[in-house]
Design a protein around this ligand. Structure first.
Ligand code: RNT
Ligand code: ZN
Length: 408
């Protein structure tokens, strides 16, 4: 018996005393998909315009060496990262990771033909795909006004992009046998005081109506809200209230909650049950805001743990679709993707290892003293032994991946 197996046996007995079945936890842990965003690897550069600067009020700061110079290097880095990430994975793409095969194709004209390599890649690795229209970083347009643009021609362009993207999402879902979530986020908003806040929202509503007009079997759309961004400090039409209302009224999309898109003391975890109470699905962008929507690498921190705990507490794995979203260019980008992905999965494990039944029982009894005591005692349980065993079973390196990391 290896050290890892021996340690697991010890931990398993300890958790059993708390009423937690670690074998069942591991079975669940490997099956819950985490949708990893591809754009950590190249600071959201994509392949469409290799030189264009990022805009839309988001930014990847830092200048670590090793940013992929071409598609081949990007794919090599992606393989390196995915090899180090245990558990069921989906990969979230942005439309700018398309392959135009040398043709001149507008972003409003893209089709599955520009993404066939991604489907082959996903099939080869046995992973699912999610998708994102890119309503920013376009040489001809200002991303501060896309789906809310009063210029009908420009708004039309972005509506067509949205429609084209969800058809590609449907193609992903059909090919891979797993529903694709197509996430719509726009950077629209204004830097300063806006007198008419209604008009942009009416335009956005109309744009979404047009984008979502056709039901698609293998695609599920989500809309991601925000409080503010760089250059949209004073007003963002795509707020959480707006999209929540839109989703509830139309039933045409679900809501995506990004951990960095709320006020600093607001936790997205505490919001889940307001949607679950109505049977709604949710998509998550697990991220790490530091003072603002900074998109730092996800860690096993309190905020991430609370997110996972809220899912585990109600067994809501089929309703809450976990995804990541961060872009840090200050450290090795492959390692950043690995750290964030492993941390998200570790936080999920910790949430699953909580003695949920016992905690609920104490709560229903009104024994808030014992509830608090047990919550604190549970934190010192040997979860690391379970994680190591999980990695071993998944045939993915444990903490020794750091030893093999060739970076400063
Ligand atoms: C931006 C949103 C959005 C983007 C991606 C790249 O604030 O979080 O999800 O990060 O579309
Ligand atoms: Zn996001």
């Amino acid at each position: 018996m290896s050290n890892t197996e021996r340690n697991y046996q010890i931990a398993k007995e300890m958790y059993a005393q708390l009423g937690v079945d670690t074998d069942a936890v591991l079975q669940k842990l490997t099956s819950v998909p985490i949708s990893l965003h591809c754009w950590q690897l190249d600071d959201l550069q994509g392949f469409e315009f290799p030189d264009i600067a990022l805009d839309g009020g988001i930014a990847a700061t830092g200048s670590a060496p090793g940013k992929p110079e071409d598609r081949e290097m990007f794919m090599r880095h992606l393989d390196q990262a995915l090899d180090l990430i245990p558990g069921r994975i989906k990969l979230a793409l942005h439309s700018i990771y398309m392959n135009k095969h040398g043709k001149k194709i507008g972003r409003n004209e893209i089709t599955p033909a520009e993404f066939t390599e991604w489907v082959d890649y996903a099939k080869g690795r046995g992973i699912g795909l999610d998708f994102n229209p890119t309503y920013f970083a376009h040489p001809d347009y200002d991303s501060g006004s896309t789906l809310t643009n009063p210029d009908e021609g420009i708004r039309r362009f972005w509506i067509e992009h949205g429609i084209a993207c969800r058809r590609i999402g449907d193609y992903f879902g059909r090919e891979l046998g797993e529903t694709c979530i197509t996430n719509h986020w726009i950077g629209d908003g204004s830097k300063d005081i806006t007198v008419d806040k209604l008009r942009p929202r009416l335009l956005l509503k109309d744009s979404l109506d047009q984008i979502f007009a056709q039901p698609l079997e293998h695609n599920l759309d989500s809309c991601e809200s925000k409080v503010f961004g760089l250059g949209s400090e004073s007003y963002v039409p795509g707020s959480n209230e707006f999209y929540t209302e839109y989703a509830a009224h139309t039933g045409r999309c679900i809501v995506c909650l990004d951990a960095g898109h709320f006020h600093p003391t607001e936790s997205i975890a505490s919001k889940f049950t307001s949607y679950l109470a109505f049977g709604d699905h949710l998509q998550l962008h697990v991220s790490r805001p530091v003072h603002w929507d900074s998109d730092h690498v996800v860690l096993v921190d309190d905020a991430t743990r609370e997110i996972m705990e809220e899912i585990a507490s109600y067994d809501a794995y089929d309703k809450v679709h976990i995804g990541t979203d961060f872009f840090d260019a200050s450290i090795n980008r492959v390692a950043a993707m690995v750290i964030g992905a492993r941390s998200a999965r570790k936080a999920l494990l910790l949430a699953m290892l909580r003695p949920i039944q016992e905690l609920k029982r104490l709560e229903y009894e009104g024994n808030t003293t014992k509830r608090l005591a047990l919550l604190e005692e549970a934190k010192m349980m040997p979860a690391g032994f379970i994680w190591d065993y999980f990695c071993m079973r998944e045939d993915v390196a444990g903490s020794e991946w750091i030893r093999d990391l060739h970076t400063r």
